[in-house]
Ligand binder design. Structure first.
Ligand SMILES: [Zn+2]
Length: 690
């Protein structure tokens, strides 16, 4: 039988001595370990870490060393030495997995904390459990392996007589005059507003921008104000990549010893690794191994020979990308094995190359799109309004919380946001009814669950204007099906819900979300936004009240909403679904329902090709007149068009008051006189999608 002694439980002799010394100090009042002796003035972080290495610092049982990691050593050099260098800077690391960044983050936190004491260092993680793990499983073992630093550890005495030797508790550790607070950005922990001097954010992909900004505000009174932000890469333009893009974007350019060409290896991966039949494999010692090569094919033995070059040198904050090929302990064979073995491409890109990855169609909206929608809104004079007429409303309801989006139609046919509101309280539908009147809402669509009765009561207060969305099925052909439309097929069974109100609608969630997103991401935005900062309200996050822009919150939700097409392994069928990335994107749902409301007034008939038997009498009659029974006029007109991107298939093609296409007329976007068969311009947006 094996007796396993975990590393954690192994007795640590040197730490025991340090504790004994601290106890001695506490009793005698004499200090043996002075913080300034642990980190003298002027000693840089790198020099301190190298001193620790020389003194035998061990990490996970192995000696800590930097001498074989020149690429990473440069990152250590970016930790500021003085308060002036630190002030108001953030160091952003977009990293791969398993190359020891946690060590650097913890050492940096300790260095900055002790050096600038009295100093409060916030160690922020996405949730409580991760914070506890970082404190107990990462921070403490490192501190215990540095006897001089461990000797500075104190905690508050239980009897209130001051501080005594001790390791503190899991959320609070004290080293000399530095207090380390292990906290998390989600939930109630954010209600504490302890001022802080240094912040460390770990795994930022689980944090929202708003949470991070709020946490950064804790440093506003500090004269250190330094933040270190690190995360494995995740989605492009989101999370750590978003912060990385705003910084200097330093990348390590590996130099070829033969031709002198220098380039980041990840830029031409997998071509940066070649099979060499002659070379001895590092482990098996048999011929045949992978090698790093330059683009000309010359062998590169040391991928860490080269230099860090910024793509955006003017930026205030330093950001850097670090991939596993820069690690001295990971060979090109390891990289290729991970590459060829990986079934999940995203995982390989994120964790090995340290690069963001996303099937680009999955998260259609980024903040750049939203900025373009605001620019277009500015050009068109779009503003938030206190009142309006003939608008459209979408509501996502959660119980004591409604998210409401209101849009109006511009004369050129595009959409403009006029109001967004998050409504909290016992009866959010009361306030929602006020908004119905204030904004003269013509059509409103509300999700019928979770509070069906509240939604029904609300609908009955505004008969014929409010529709309950009672299904998010994948509709076979339609995007939207209205419950009040006379049904020709009487054999179709109505559910109980439909018996209680005839004003219902079913929407294909994927198609309607896709439509809404297409309106935001079109080369010329179809859905215009006023300046998000000009609308502010009190919002609540898990009970915490703050003043924020509901529009900015909506943007975050849009960027956390993915459109995913997945193959069902059992049936081999592709399934389309709207997926949430990390958070519940209530604003995306409200916006989507607002577009369903919009569809009732504008364009329903132009994008729905009705199923036989579910058409309305009117449309049937109109289509029959054109000699195409079963098809509405607009559809019949579209079918007669040449294929491809022609003006007649575009959302901006001029129509008459009934929505029928004109033979020729001014384009809704450019104003140019167009005919249905004209080739589409670069602003073409297919009407069938709308
Ligand atoms: Zn070369």
């Amino acid at each position: 039988m094996h007796v396993r002694i975990s590393r954690r439980n192994r007795p640590d002799m040197s730490a025991g001595l340090a504790q004994a010394l601290t106890r001695l100090e506490a009793r005698t009042g004499f200090r043996l370990t002075e913080p300034q002796k642990v980190i003298p003035d002027g000693l840089t972080f790198t020099a301190w870490c190298e001193r620790l290495a020389a003194e035998g610092l061990k990490v996970d049982g192995k000696p800590f060393r930097l001498d074989n990691r020149p690429a990473m050593r440069w990152l250590y050099d970016q930790i500021p030495t003085t308060k002036a260098e630190a002030f108001s800077h953030t160091l952003i690391l977009m990293k791969c997995a398993q190359v020891g960044f946690t060590i650097m983050e913890i050492l940096a936190a300790i260095y900055l904390g002790i050096k600038h004491g009295p100093c409060t260092v916030g160690m922020f993680l996405p949730d409580m459990n991760l914070a506890a793990v970082k404190s107990s499983e990462r921070f403490m073992p490192i501190v215990r392996s540095m006897p001089k630093v461990h000797g500075l550890m104190t905690q508050d005495a239980a009897d209130g007589t001051g501080r005594k030797a001790g390791e503190g508790n899991v959320t609070r550790r004290r080293l000399a005059e530095a207090l380390f607070v292990f906290s998390w950005t989600s939930g109630r922990a954010t209600t504490e507003s302890i001022p802080m001097d240094v912040l460390n954010f770990d795994e930022v992909q689980e944090m929202t921008l708003a949470q991070m900004e709020k946490t950064m505000e804790r440093m506003s009174g500090s004269d250190v104000r330094f933040a270190l932000m690190g995360s494995t890469a995740n989605w492009p333009e989101l999370d750590i990549h978003f912060h990385y893009l705003g910084g200097t974007r330093h990348r390590f350019h590996t130099e070829c010893p033969t031709c002198g060409a220098a380039k980041p290896l990840d830029e031409y991966f997998p071509a940066c690794i070649e099979w060499d039949a002659e070379a001895l494999h590092p482990l098996t010692k048999r011929p045949g191994s992978y090698r790093y090569v330059c683009e000309a094919g010359h062998r590169i033995d040391d991928p860490q020979r080269g230099q860090w070059i910024p793509e955006n040198p003017e930026a205030w904050n330093i950001s850097a990308h670090f991939h596993q090929m820069l690690s001295p302990t990971i060979s090109p064979d390891d990289i290729m094995r991970k590459y060829t073995d990986s079934t999940d491409k995203k995982n390989f890109y994120n964790r090995v190359l340290g690069k963001p990855y996303l099937d680009p169609t999955q998260i259609p909206v980024n903040l750049g799109h939203m900025r373009a929608c605001v620019e277009a809104g500015k050009a068109a004079g779009v503003r938030w309004k206190r009142g309006a007429r003939g608008t459209f409303m979408g509501i996502d309801q959660m119980g004591a919380f409604n998210v409401v989006h209101i849009k109006e139609r511009l004369p050129d046919g595009r959409q403009a946001y006029v109001h967004i509101e998050e409504i909290y309280g016992e009866d959010p539908f009361k306030r929602t009814s006020e908004l119905m009147e204030q904004y003269g809402v013509s059509v409103c669509v509300v999700e019928h669950l979770p509070n069906f009765n509240d939604a029904l009561r609300f609908a009955n207060r505004h008969p014929g204007r409010v529709f309950l969305c009672n299904g998010f099925d994948q509709l076979r052909d339609d995007m939207v099906k209205w419950g009040d439309a006379p049904k020709l097929d009487t054999s179709e069974r109505r559910t109980d819900d439909e018996m209680r109100t005839r004003y219902t609608v079913r929407a294909d969630q994927f198609k309607t979300m896709q439509t809404f997103f297409a309106r935001l991401t079109a080369p010329i935005p179809i859905c215009l936004w006023p300046d998000p900062n000009e609308l502010q309200q009190e919002v609540r996050d898990e009970g915490v009240k703050t003043i924020q822009s509901p529009a900015m919150r909506a943007w975050v939700h849009f960027t956390k909403t993915a459109l995913v097409v997945e193959k069902d392994e059992e049936t081999n069928q592709y399934k389309r679904k709207v997926a949430k990335v990390g958070i519940d994107p209530h604003h995306s749902y409200a916006a989507q329902l607002c577009d369903v409301a919009w569809a009732r007034a504008h364009g329903t008939a132009t994008f729905i090709i009705p199923e036989t038997g579910s058409d309305t009498e009117d449309l049937r009659a109109a289509a029959a007149e054109r000699g195409m029974p079963g098809l509405p006029t607009h559809v019949a007109a579209m079918l007669s068009l040449p294929p491809g991107e022609v003006c007649g298939r575009c959302t901006s093609f001029p129509v008459d008051d009934e929505g029928n296409p004109l033979p020729r007329g001014p384009c809704g976007l450019t104003g140019a006189i167009v005919q249905a068969a004209d080739p589409g311009c670069f602003q073409f947006v297919e009407a069938a999608e709308f």
